[in-house]
Design a protein around this ligand. Sequence first.
Ligand code: FAD
Length: 447
Amino acid sequence: MSVEDADVVIVGAGPYGLSLAAQLRKRRVSFRIFGQAMKFWREMPIGVNLKSLAFATNIFVPEPGYTFPEWCRQRGLEDFEPCTMQSFAEYGTWMQERFVPDLESEEVIHVSAAGRGFDVTLSSGRRVNARRIVFATGLSYLARIPEVLRDLPRELASHTYFLSDYSDFRGKEVAVIGGGASAIEAGALVHEAGGQAQVLVRDAEAVFHGRSNRVRPMLERIREPMTVMGAGRRHWVLQHFPLAVHFLPEARRVRLVQGYLGPASPWWIKDRVLGKVAIHVRSEVTAARPVGGRVRLTVRSDGRVEREFEVDRVIAGTGYDADLARLPYLDSVLRERMLCTERAPALSMSFESSVKGLYFMGPMSAMSFGPLFRFVAGADFTVRMLARHLGGPLARAQDAVKGWTAKAFGAEGALVSDGRPKQPSAFIFPGGPVNRPQPSSKKWQQK
Ligand SMILES: Cc1cc2nc3c(=O)[nH]c(=O)nc-3n(C[C@H](O)[C@H](O)[C@H](O)COP(=O)(O)OP(=O)(O)OC[C@H]3O[C@@H](n4cnc5c(N)ncnc54)[C@H](O)[C@@H]3O)c2cc1C
């Protein structure tokens, strides 16, 4: 079989991959992109909402008028929060058809080093020789299943990442493990599907954010500026200065990434679980074994008392590990050549790993750039940096001229069509609209 060529290969067609493709196309950088458009979002269970605000959840294309809130407004849909995952998936697919029509919906199954580039094998068996390769595979392969559940058969235990239909839980007793939005929402979805859910939270409380206000008083907006991660000064710094995070000493950066934004759920999940789903805090599962088609759990409460009970199914809402070793498509020789921060690839300012020509975007880049990059919003900064880098000296010169023209003709003060101030520079994230919501952090717990 003949081997095809590509300058840049992008693996994955979610918000990061599609945004980068749109930027490269505009810059006339030759690329190929593989994957199914918005697959992760299309496979979300019906009734699941975005956790982020609409303005923080875009496919970032180099033309105004194509943000998610604008798309929602044109269709009479909610354009702030909560927006459905289904709407976001439709928006993303619509954007792909317009901005990335040459998407090839094949999976990349293997990538290894070859000469001065990479040998990419596709699911059809075709092979592509790529000079540079960008991985944008999101949270695929990264679901964290606690040790204690790993030996349970698949039909008895699953991770929220793999669940797209909750109707199987009708009439079932289900234990959901975890205290974050995914776990609490899984409890709600089991209940709504006609099952009986209980959520086991290890921490002392299940945290719910308060409702966001679209309009906020000036003083509040100054004290707690709105950002793509919610209101707050630290969020603001992380959003506007990702390079400052990048250049923090590694140990500090790791602490920041690991400790920032603990498990919490949005306000609109609260009504769906309150009085409907039992939430047990300070409860840790210490053992789980299959018994006659059910699961017998041992749960330690308050660090002392252990109790045992049986359920029909267990769902782990226990998060994700950015672990290079989990990526099945990456050749082991390449992986071993890569320097890591914790278990994630250590990336340069241009999102390049220690293997020249090999790049990572999205959750895999959070250890190098901060917590913002766990979310779709991080794609804005990422793709502008990466497109400029991949475009080479010509792209950088074009940006310099564009910046100079904008300054000379005062374009910086103009507004884009959704009312946000235009970005003053590629290194600074867009500021929010003047009236952004303020999620107050209310806490709630139920035994
Ligand atoms: C339940 C849940 C809810 C979330 N809600 C939000 C939210 O509301 N807002 C927010 O900002 N973030 C949210 N996130 C986080 C968000 O999913 C990540 O930040 C994210 O993955 C960003 O987009 P992406 O393009 O990196 O990944 P994805 O959107 O997951 O896209 C990656 C794509 O790569 C494809 N792929 C994987 N392997 C291959 C391969 N070998 N070959 C070809 N294609 C491949 C996948 O099929 C997938 O379509 C949520 C995460 C979860 C788990």
